[in-house]
Design a protein around this ligand. Structure first.
Ligand code: NAD
Ligand code: DAU
Length: 381
């Protein structure tokens, strides 16, 4: 029976992991530690609110003492580390937060884990799983082979450079201090609870609202898309059977150029609204509500500086070693994701319009402010 600390468990992938874990492992303790930045939303934890296994702690991973206290108090033996600043465009406009959370924060967590699990408890029965990205490997040309676990690191953005630094620290804590670590480097995720600043949810929301669909550069940059539940299953397998010190790439083998992806989404919305008068009434600004094609919203805009051309993941290692297989094909996953956003309109309207902060105030009352300056809370009122 594992007892988990899930950092960043109110963000996109973290919250999907918490939902998945609680469904698959009922009765196992899960403590979520999240600073609730703009990207973290307690509303995403609503479906599991009230589960006795779940505890939410509002706090910062940079607070080593707080993390160490949680590990002791809850007798946690596993950390699944999702917390990060995750958006490449934001890292271009303001890199500092990326270094602070992704590098300093990861190091603070590693220090807490080493203190409690190795120095105090002297136990090998622990695991620090670090959730990282394929972006650490840099950019591929059209004919290059996919990234594998021994591809040299060549990060292009402050985001990917900060994730690369954190990967190295995790490895160093294994080699130097004997911390039982595993790392996964995953490709682009999509699915429910994805903040609408990333490509797929941004496009879905803009199509429904009849707003321009900004495609960077020539739109031919390629990403390797993976449904978030397949990523969560990969992490679950690594926790169960992964070897200490090992790195596993996780991907979907579903490469797609951005412009093709956006056109596919437009086609899905055209079809869905053509078949459903209720949707046409709910989203009157969507071109498909007037029988027009959503592709008319596509607008090519200036390219992202340092924009990686192509990502592709070779996930042969996790397939061979752990029996991993991605299950959800991209087209089916996009349809499911579109339907989720249509069914969860209050979620995306709330996280976008800023009323989320006032929602937090009414549901969570600050009870203390530790040295790090991040308010802690007891949980939903
Ligand atoms: P996200 O931005 O949606 O969520 C990040 C979460 O971390 C939020 O809940 C936020 O409040 C929390 N957080 C941020 N700073 C914190 C801090 N200092 N202390 C505590 N909590 C903090 O990110 P995501 O897309 O869910 O990504 C999760 C992890 O997976 C990241 O490490 C990211 O690098 C990695 N990853 C993401 C993708 C992807 O496609 N989204 C792919 C591969 C790897
Ligand atoms: O590869 C894994 C990474 O995938 C994760 O580590 C990151 O956390 C995650 O944000 C994602 O990074 P990308 O930069 O690939 O994702 P994003 O959704 O920002 O962009 C996907 C592609 O779409 C990229 O080529 C840029 C392009 N794009 C993005 C936006 C937001 C556009 O053309 N227009 C847009 O408005």
């Amino acid at each position: 029976m594992a007892r988990l600390l899930v950092t960043g468990g109110a963000g996109f992938i973290g919250v999907n992991f918490v939902h998945h874990w609680l469904a698959a492992h009922p009765g196992q303790r899960v403590v979520v530690l999240d600073a609730l930045t703009y990207a973290g939303n307690l509303k995403s934890l609503e479906p599991v609110r009230g589960r006795p296994e779940l505890r939410f702690e509002h706090g910062n991973i940079c607070d080593t003492e707080r993390v160490a206290a949680l590990l002791r108090e809850e007798r946690l033996d596993t950390i699944v580390h999702f917390a990060a600043e995750s958006h490449v465009d934001r890292s271009i406009h303001g890199p500092d937060a990326f270094v602070e959370t992704n590098v300093v924060g990861t190091h603070a967590l590693l220090k807490a884990a080493r203190t409690v699990w190795i120095k105090e408890q002297g136990t090998a029965a622990h695991r620090f799983h670090h959730v990282s990205t394929d972006e650490v490997y840099g950019s591929l040309e059209a004919d290059d082979p996919a990234f594998h676990e021994r591809t040299p690191y060549a990060p292009s953005s402050p985001y990917s450079a900060s994730k690369a630094a954190s990967d190295h620290l995790v490895r160093a804590y294994h080699c130097t201090f004997g911390l039982n670590v595993t790392t996964s480097n995953c490709s682009n995720n999509y699915g429910p609870y994805h903040f609408p600043e990333k490509l797929i949810p941004l496009m879905i929301v803009n199509i429904l609202e009849g707003r321009a669909l900004p495609v960077y550069g020539d739109g031919r940059n390629v990403r390797d898309w993976l449904h978030v539940t397949d990523h969560c299953r990969g992490i679950e397998l690594i926790l169960a059977r992964g070897s200490p010190g090992e790195v596993y790439n996780i991907g979907g083998g579903q490469e797609c150029a951005n412009i093709d992806l956006v056109r596919t989404l437009c086609g899905i919305v055209d079809q869905r609204l053509a078949a459903d008068g209720g949707l046409r009434e709910r989203f009157p600004a969507c071109p498909a509500a007037r029988g027009e094609r959503c592709e008319s919203l596509i607008t090519f805009v200036a390219d992202r500086p340092g924009h990686d051309r192509r990502y592709a993941i070779d996930c042969g290692k996790i397939e061979r070693a752990l029996g991993y297989r991605a299950r959800l094909a991209l087209d089916a996953g996009l349809r499911q994701t579109f339907d989720w956003y249509v069914s969860n309109e209050p979620w995306w309207r709330t996280v976008l319009d800023g009323s989320y902060q006032s929602w937090i105030q009414t549901h969570y009352s600050p009870v203390a402010t530790p040295a790090s300056g991040v308010a802690r809370t007891t949980g939903p009122s």
